[in-house]
Design a protein. Structure first.
Length: 188
């Protein structure tokens, strides 16, 4: 897994600025865990934004009924973390998926893939609905904007305190020190 950098200008001109007016803190953080599985393979290869995919069919009705869109929160991976994360839930309109997916992107640089490992998420906020984009550059710029917004939001109340949520440390040996002290990873 790699990390992302702040939003870059798309090939056709000025930067994409997402409208985060729909931003909301969830009434209650949403907690979910599962085994990381292989996805479509485009997160790392095509987008340069790797995701830790979870099998939505095994996560229960609550996740299946979750409103599609872009969320953010905290993650722990097999005893490591917490890590800031941004997550897409839905059908990825740009790719016209026929299957709903849950695709967290951990804002941390990992040396290798971690398929099969336990991923725990505490979802604290909703940023925006899914959107279709005219081109790949626009999609990538929007995701990078989401990453920057999530990175900054997770340093603020009430999100920052949830880095110590006990659900994240339920994985054997998880650490609970927030990862917010470091700068957003620079590689995409």
């Amino acid at each position: 897994m790699a990390s992302t950098t702040p939003a870059a200008a798309p090939a056709n001109g000025g930067p994409i600025v997402e409208d985060y007016s729909g931003l909301r803190v969830l009434d209650e953080p949403f907690r979910v865990s599962g085994e990381v599985v292989k996805g479509f393979g485009r997160g790392s290869k095509e987008l340069g934004i790797p995701t830790a995919n979870l099998p939505i069919e095994s996560l229960g009705a609550a996740v299946d009924s979750l409103e599609s869109g872009v969320y953010f929160g905290w993650a722990a991976l097999s005893g490591k973390g917490p890590f800031k994360m941004v997550m897409s839930v839905g059908w990825n309109p740009y790719y016209k998926n026929s299957k709903k997916t849950i695709e967290p992107h951990l804002l941390h640089t990992f040396e290798e893939d971690f398929y099969g490992e336990d991923l725990r998420l505490v979802v604290t906020g909703y940023m925006r609905p899914e959107k279709d984009y005219a081109g790949l550059d626009e999609l990538i710029a929007a995701i990078r904007g989401d990453v920057t917004f999530a990175w900054e939001s997770l340093d603020k109340a009430p999100h920052a305190a949830l880095a110590a949520d006990p659900f994240l440390s339920a994985a054997a040996g998880a650490t609970t020190a927030p990862a917010s002290a470091e700068a957003p990873p620079a590689d995409a």
